[in-house]
Write a protein that binds this ligand. Sequence first.
Ligand code: ADX
Length: 206
Amino acid sequence: MDILATFKASMTPQNNIHPEFSRQLGRESKEALLGQRGIVLWLCGLSGSGKSTLANALERTLHAEGKYVIILDGDNLRSGLNADLGFSDEDRNENIRRTAEVAKILSNNGAIVVLSLITPQEIFRAKAREIIGENYKEIFIKADFETCQKRDVKGLYAKQAKGEIKYFTGVGSDFVDPLNPDLLIDTTFLTEEESLQKLIEFYNSI
Ligand code: ADX
C-alpha cells in the first residue's frame, strides 16, 4: 500500500478518536474572561452584496467597544484552509462544513465570529445551523444580481460575462434566498452606515 492509501485507510471517520472537550476549560470560563457571549453571525449573500464590507465595519465597531471578534471570510479561507476547494456544489458544501466547524470551536471559546461566505443554498445553511447550534445567527445580506454586477468590486462579474469563470454564483450556479433569516439587510436600498446600524442593533438584541 502506498503512503496515501495507508493514510486514507487510517482516516475512517471516528476511528480511534477520543475528543477532549469535557476535560478542557468550559465555554463559561472563556466568556467570563472576555466579558461577552460567544456567537456566530453568519453573513450570506451574493458576491458583491456587501458581506465583507459589513463584517469589517462590524468588527471595528465591536472591537472599539472592547469585544473580541474574529472574521472568517470566504476569500481568506479559500487562500489557506480551503485552498483545495473549488465552486462545485460538492466543494462549496465542504467549504461551508469546514468553516462551520471552525466557527463552532471559536464561538465555544467565547469569540464573536463574523462569517462572510456566500452560502448559496438552504441545504448549506441548514448544515451550518446544524453544526453550530443555537449560536448560529443567519444574516442575509441581500442585493439583487444586477446591483452586484454593477458594483463588481472584484471584477468577477466582468470575467464571468467573458466566460472566464465556471459555476459563478447567480449565473452558472444558483443562489437561493434564505427562507427565514434571523436578519435581512437589503444593501440595494440601504447605505453602508444604515446597514451597519441594523447589524449593530441586531447584535445588541441577541
Ligand atoms: S461559497 O459559495 O462556498 O460560500 P465563498 O464565500 O467561500 O463561496 O467564496 C466566494 C468568493 O470566491 C467570492 O467572494 C469571490 O471573490 C470568489 N469566487 C471565485 N470564483 C467564484 C465563483 N465561481 N462563484 C462565486 N465566487 C467566486
